[in-house]
Design a protein around this ligand. Structure first.
Ligand code: GLY
Length: 454
């Protein structure tokens, strides 16, 4: 039977979007692939179109004009703006959660209330709308204390305060100085949870769900988890310290009830549900919900996913996720992020990247027929075990140059986590750009943790 090729539009410009595009390009169903706006790397596997992720009208017009068969809504901003609802209204096929379903991510106040109402395990908390009342409450709490802007804040709206002075500063920044704009109008104050943080992902069609292997991001800029928060500096999967029993507990106590309640409340969650969890002494607890694929988690996950990802997107949209088996490769994968000097604060762009393929190198675009066997690596000597995903890059003449804070994700697979990490770090030795920084300890703390729960 002839398989219908789909024209696919991928919204976003990060490493996550390159990784999903790379996987989509290997699908038997993939026809032409577009990225809006994409990055240097995505321009090699598809066509970049210069439309911002928040320009919902522009994206809608493009999808109609190009007769796009399937749109993938990947970043949090367009999802929170209701891109899925807008496309659905026009009868366009789109994968991702609606605005109402994604409230789990874009309103921390809503999600914490949701957790309390449905007895989902999470930290004790209160919600405030003004500075004075919040300060009065904080002064009565134990330290450290966590202060969170309720709205989206590029991963920077969560402050762990070690002193009352830091807590007061965080409240002033949110309520008075408005450093997170409207996202800080409402603030969640919650008890600090002690334990390793892990990322859980599950595909959902609104009713059925399928869990991914467990993974872990490294959010701080500095080794040993010091310094400022970033979007994520590196990921590993699966976690060597998680057991089937733990994943079953997470599935039954967190993922299943969340999907079930969202559906019962009339907001079925279609997409990827990504709860960030803390493994506390008293069991796994929800730190936050995300309503999308994590980044850089996705760069690592795409290296392990065996099943045709377009089949999974189709099954989510068609409500028959229970009918397909999702297969993950044996072994481990990791991604190490190479970032611009100065990130996550100010950094310069336009630095020439050496040690990776040139944009001018021939690279057949789109669809498994054209790129099969898929060409995987920008460091051919590493073979298919290392794949370089672009994030903040741009093609300029015969070079890729830096164009963002997180520049590249160097991903590798191996039979063991140690092997995957060694391959990724070896590949990094060949890559350079002015100011390049990366963490040399990705995966190390996970390797030291004994099985949880012990
Ligand atoms: N891994 C961090 C995030 O995607 O939010």
């Amino acid at each position: 039977m002839q398989i219908k090729k789909q024209k696919i539009l991928i919204i976003g410009s990060g490493g996550r979007e390159h990784a999903i595009g790379w996987k989509v390009a290997q699908s038997l169903k993939a026809g032409e692939i577009f990225f809006a706006p994409g990055n240097g790397g995505t321009s090699k596997i598809g066509t970049n179109v210069n439309i911002k992720t928040t320009d919902i009208t522009g994206l809608l017009e493009f999808a109609k004009k190009e007769k796009i068969d399937l749109t993938l809504a990947l970043p949090d901003d367009p999802i929170a703006l209701g891109i899925v609802d807008e496309f659905q209204k026009e009868g366009l096929r789109i994968w991702g959660p609606t605005k109402a379903a994604s409230k789990l991510e874009w309103s921390k106040a809503f999600s914490k209330d949701f957790m309390r109402q449905h007895n989902l395990p999470t930290a004790r908390f209160e919600i405030f709308n003004d500075y004075e009342k919040a300060k009065e409450y904080v002064l009565k709490q134990n330290l450290p204390i966590v202060i969170k802007a309720s709205g989206l804040a590029l991963g920077k709206g969560v402050i762990i305060c070690q002193t009352m002075k830091e807590a007061d500063e965080a409240l002033i920044n949110m309520f008075i100085k408005k450093v997170f704009g409207d996202s800080g109008n409402e603030v969640v104050i919650e008890e600090f949870m002690n334990g390793p943080e892990i990322s859980i992902h599950a595909f959902s069609d609104g009713k059925n769900y399928k869990m991914f292997p467990s993974s872990q991001d490294h959010k701080k800029i500095g080794e040993n988890d010091v310094g400022l928060n970033t979007g994520g500096m590196g990921t590993i999967a699966p976690l060597p310290f998680t057991t089937e029993t733990l994943l079953k507990t997470i599935k039954e106590n967190i993922v299943a009830p969340t999907i079930e309640v969202m559906s019962k409340d009339g907001n079925p969650f279609l997409g990827v549900l990504y709860p960030g969890l803390i493994l506390t002494e008293n069991g796994p607890k929800i730190l936050e919900y995300n309503a999308r694929f994590g980044d850089p988690e996705t760069q690592t996950y795409m290296r392990l996913l065996e099943t045709d990802i377009v089949d999974i997107f189709d099954a989510c949209i068609d409500g028959n996720l229970d009918k397909i088996e999702i297969k993950w490769k044996r072994g481990f994968a990791c991604t190490i992020v190479l970032a611009s000097g100065g990130y996550p604060e100010n950094y310069e762009k336009g630095k020439v990247i050496s040690g990776i393929d040139s944009p001018l190198e021939e690279y057949p675009k789109g669809g498994v027929d054209k790129i099969h066997p898929p060409r995987l690596s920008a460091t051919p000597q590493e073979g298919n075990d290392v794949v370089i995903f672009h994030a903040g890059t741009k093609a300029v003449g015969e070079n890729f140059v830096t164009n963002g804070g997180r520049v590249l994700g160097i991903s590798a697979t191996g039979d063991t986590l140690q092997e995957a990490l060694a391959k990724a770090y070896k590949a990094i030795e060949k890559i350079s750009f002015e100011g390049m920084q990366y963490r040399r300890d990705i995966g190390q703390s996970a390797l030291k943790i004994s099985i949880y729960p012990s």
